[in-house]
Design a protein around this ligand. Structure first.
Ligand SMILES: [Zn+2]
Length: 144
């Protein structure tokens, strides 16, 4: 099995909410793609990230750095961004910043990555760059 697929399987098996998120992305009318070999122009070295596909605003692709392909917490984080774009949550409930300046969208994605970490017994991520990330339950919206 290809490494992205095995990471995705691992994420789906880790927690029912993550499984539901991936299922919603698969069933979506918008296009979502995961790649570590991007044909898209926006490829850069800033790190694994979600980028728009050209044309439709809610179509995404997750561009993974090669070192992140097997990292379930990183892939879960990026999947949540794709999910939020798909559902328009990045422009609604997650628009704007927390009082400490961290973008709500990132706080949400980190907390979602923490669902995976929690299921795997990995210490929770508490920082995003220089920012402290407020942990659940305050910021993990029940929006899967
Ligand atoms: Zn992010």
């Amino acid at each position: 099995m290809d490494k992205v697929k095995s990471t995705l399987k691992d994420i789906r098996e880790a927690d029912g909410r993550l499984n539901a998120m991936v299922e919603d992305l698969e069933k979506s009318n918008w296009e979502h793609e995961i790649t570590n070999d991007s044909p898209h122009k926006a490829m850069n070295t800033k790190g694994s990230q979600v980028l728009p596909q050209s044309g439709n605003t809610r179509d995404t692709y997750i561009q993974l750095l090669r070192k992140d392909v097997g990292k379930g917490d990183v892939v879960t984080h990026e999947l949540k961004h794709a999910y939020n774009i798909d559902e328009g949550l990045d422009k609604t409930i997650n628009a704007g910043k927390l009082p400490n300046g961290l973008r709500r969208e990132e706080a949400d994605a980190v907390n979602t990555g923490n669902i995976y970490r929690s299921a795997k017994g990995i210490p929770l991520r508490t920082k995003f760059g220089a920012w402290e990330v407020p942990l659940v339950p305050n910021l993990l919206y029940d929006n899967f």
